[in-house]
Ligand binder design. Structure first.
Ligand SMILES: *Cc1c(COP(=O)(O)O)cnc(C)c1O
Length: 443
């Protein structure tokens, strides 16, 4: 601990100089954090999930083509091309694209015949669980492993009952869920296996893994995801029958001009979205490489910051590095995760606490498993500590170094930061950090 302030100072000055900051010439004081009265690290705001912009010319050319052709939607040529590209990248036999991943999950759940209970992690984006509930399926929450934040196989096995019809795993942060083990478990108990792969587009697990896509997997092409289509999703599967069913279900269940054979919906992707998807795909490896460079810069910049731990590089062969995941140890950092997130807002760095507080504490699931608090200890601990940092094309490695320098400075001055936050009324503070302020109330 003794040499810590020195190291943090080095990081702060080194970065400031690299970024051409005038502050570099001055000795580093407590003013190197905005919450303590210094200037913010950035004039613009850095967000998690800022859209990666693809080549505008290529996109506009596709849009011109769409407008000239008059074909706007209903499984047009752009959508068909996008589907075959996505299937190729996923290594799946079939791909059915959808208007977003949430409807994709709902359709997969219905199309696979999931009912009764399905085992799902609580530590995921709430859409994973909403998709089950909206299909009349009861989510049974299982804990995660503390390293990769994916379903803990032993917990899944222990949770299987006669009502269980399937497992909905999440390849969280692009890490591969324990797919092999889950597939074996699913086979032994005759369960369906679906993966929410919203974070994992383009990722390839560490070794060839036939179970990675389960019976089906769903990607998201939402604007905040690494590769996007404004809004969009895709279901990939090797199952011919399931694919045929889903193909009808995305289009109201129409099997002919007036023949409806399934309960379907309108989950079609438009040609405009597919045009964005195709253009975004063309830059996919550029995005991945850029994210990897940012990740490396985060690893260097946070290496000596106590209590701020970067999730190690995953064992994936290919990784999109879409999320920069850190865990904050409040004892070592001297600040809670929430305090650090709040202090960073004043730097115009909008770090986020994903997926707090866990779906089991959100509606309508909060009353569902009253003991979930005790049965999900890892979920609860992880949800209290995880902080996601901005990355993507909107940030350079130099920006990342500057973010890290500010984190180092904030941690270095933790007691002062904590005191300053107590009196801070800056509107950029997240609502959870303004609680004391609201309690005082407008008089
Ligand atoms: C983004 C996301 C979704 C939802 O995707 P949409 O395309 O926005 O519907 C589902 N699950 C996870 C884990 C996500 O991150």
């Amino acid at each position: 601990m003794a040499d810590l302030p020195h190291k943090a100072t080095e990081i702060a000055t080194g970065t400031a100089r690299a970024a051409g900051d005038v502050l570099a010439a001055r000795p580093v004081t407590h003013l190197c954090a905005a919450v303590l009265g210094g200037p913010p690290a950035f004039r613009r705001t850095l967000h998690v999930g800022q859209p990666n912009m693809p080549d505008q010319k290529a996109f506009l050319k596709r849009m011109q083509h769409i407008l000239d052709s008059g074909r706007l939607t209903n499984w047009g040529p752009m959508v068909q091309e996008f589907e075959s590209r996505v299937a190729g990248i996923a290594g799946a036999k079939h791909c059915i694209v959808t208007n977003n991943a949430t409807t994709g999950l709902e359709l997969a759940i219905a199309g696979m015949g999931m009912s009764g209970d399905v085992i799902v992690p609580s530590f995921t984006f709430v859409a994973t669980v909403h998709a089950l509930w909206r299909q009349g399926v009861r989510p049974v929450f299982c804990d995660i492993d503390p390293v990769r934040h994916c379903l803990d196989v032993a917990c899944v096995e222990a949770a299987i009952t006669s009502r269980t019809t399937g497992i909905l795993g999440v390849h969280l942060w692009g890490n591969s869920c324990a797919s092999d083990a889950l597939r074996d478990l699913a086979r032994r108990h005759d369960l369906k296996l679906l993966f929410d792969a919203a974070h994992a587009f383009g990722c390839q697990p560490g070794r060839p893994d036939g179970a990675y896509l389960g019976d089906a997997a769903v990607y998201s092409f939402h604007a905040t995801k690494c590769v996007h289509a404004f809004e969009g999703g895709a279901i990939v599967t090797d199952d011919d029958d399931l694919a045929a069913r889903l193909r009808l279900m995305v289009n109201f269940g129409f099997a002919g001009e007036d023949v409806v054979t399934y309960l379907g919906t309108n989950a079609k992707m438009s040609e405009a979205s597919a045009a964005m998807g195709l253009t975004s795909l063309e830059s996919m490896h550029l995005f991945f490489d850029h994210n990897r460079e940012n990740y490396t810069a985060y690893a260097a910049g946070l290496a000596d910051v106590p209590g701020v731990e970067l999730m190690p590089r995953s064992a994936n062969r290919v990784h999109n590095f879409q999320y920069v995941v850190t865990a904050i140890d409040p004892e070592q950092a001297g600040l809670s995760r929430d305090e650090l997130v709040a202090a960073l807002r004043l730097e115009n760095v909008f770090a986020r606490r994903y997926f707090y507080p866990g779906c089991h504490r959100m509606q309508p699931y909060a009353g569902l498993s009253p003991r979930a608090g005790q049965t999900l200890p890892v979920t609860e601990a992880v949800a209290d500590r995880v902080m996601i940092l901005p990355t993507g094309m909107a940030l350079s490695a130099r920006d990342v170094a500057r973010v890290c320098a500010r984190i180092a400075a904030i941690v270095q001055h933790a007691p002062k930061v904590r005191a300053a936050l107590r009196h801070c009324t800056d509107p950029r503070l997240p609502d959870f950090a303004r609680a004391a302020d609201t309690a005082a109330g407008p008089h």
